[in-house]
Design a protein around this ligand. Structure first.
Ligand SMILES: O=C(O)CCC(=O)C(=O)O
Length: 295
């Protein structure tokens, strides 16, 4: 089945810029959801179709606590079925259109699987992980792969918090010992906001939420006895993004891809997915299908 391109209205774009997020119901066909979802467990069982290991990996069945959140980043290089969604021009076009960019390149992809009992994910802003890149500006398309419920650790966002003037630093996000909203409280105080309110987003499988890179978000404990919450997120940068010169911004995983003495971002790691002018990194056509063109 072919995915029908989504036409974002001016109102939806305005809403994204005002609130810092936008929900799109029924974004993905359930056949695409199932195809991507079926690849995740094999990846956590170290079955990497391309032989490449991911950039980041948290929660290993058999080694970690059974309730640990399973998160992996940079999965598109490990598996070409996953890549067919991560590298889709459609997601990149929507991310770019909401942000007002003329093009988008992949920053990273990531899955977040929270089994019953999974602990909290600390509130954070995605831009913080990209501080070594200029502009430090990402948009994430977070896609529900399972039907969300209020008790199964839905994604929580703080509407309007992308506009706060506050600072923060990259931190480990999983199973915090302190209140998972602690950094949120600190940021709100710095921004002069009294009692910020978060909104839980429990959406059905195939629906998605776009997140501004400065929006504060996180998720609570999965308190259901039997529901695993599964999701997949695609994060993009503006097409023209470059590394800051070495040493000028904290790098986390991404600065390892900075070439010595150069600021250009290598398209093998940060491919151009969509531009208004119709550009796309040429190797993508060879690497995999586009899940939303040949769905
Ligand atoms: O799914 C979650 O619990 C957290 C997701 C998240 O932080 C992200 O996609 O940036």
């Amino acid at each position: 089945m072919t995915h029908v391109p989504v036409q974002l209205s001016d109102e939806q774009i305005h809403q994204f810029r005002e609130d810092g997020f936008l929900i799109l119901e029924k974004f993905l066909d359930l056949a695409v959801v199932d195809r991507i979802d079926a690849r995740l467990d094999p990846l956590f069982a170290t079955q990497f179709e391309t032989g490449v290991y991911p950039d980041e990996w948290h929660g290993r069945p058999g080694l970690s606590q059974p309730t640990a959140t399973r998160q992996m980043c940079g999965m598109w290089r490990c598996d070409r079925t996953v890549a067919s969604l991560s590298l889709s021009a459609e997601v990149a076009r929507l991310n770019a259109t909401l942000a007002g960019w003329s093009g988008a390149r992949l920053a990273t992809d990531s899955c977040w699987i929270k089994p019953p009992g999974a602990p909290e994910v600390s509130f954070h802003r995605n831009n913080t992980a990209f501080a070594c890149i200029n502009p430090t500006s990402v948009v994430t398309c977070w896609i529900a792969l399972s039907d969300g419920t209020p008790s199964a650790a839905p994604l929580e966002v703080v509407p309007g918090s992308h506009q706060w003037r506050c600072s923060d630093q990259f931190r480990f996000l999983h199973a915090p010992k302190e209140d998972y909203r602690q950094l949120l409280w600190t940021a709100a105080e710095e921004a002069g906001i009294d009692q910020p309110e978060s909104l839980a987003i429990a959406i059905p499988a195939g629906s998605c939420v776009f997140l501004d890179g400065n929006l504060w978000h996180g998720s609570g404990r999965n308190i259901t006895p039997d529901q695993t919450r599964r999701s997949f997120a695609i994060t993009t940068l503006p097409a023209e993004a470059q590394f800051d010169p070495a040493g000028t911004g904290p790098g986390y995983i991404f600065s390892r891809y900075r070439r010595i003495g150069q600021t250009e971002m290598d398209e093998s790691f940060f491919p151009i997915l969509w531009t208004q002018a119709g550009d796309r990194t040429s190797m993508l056509a060879e690497y995999c299908n586009d899940a939303l063109v040949n769905a």
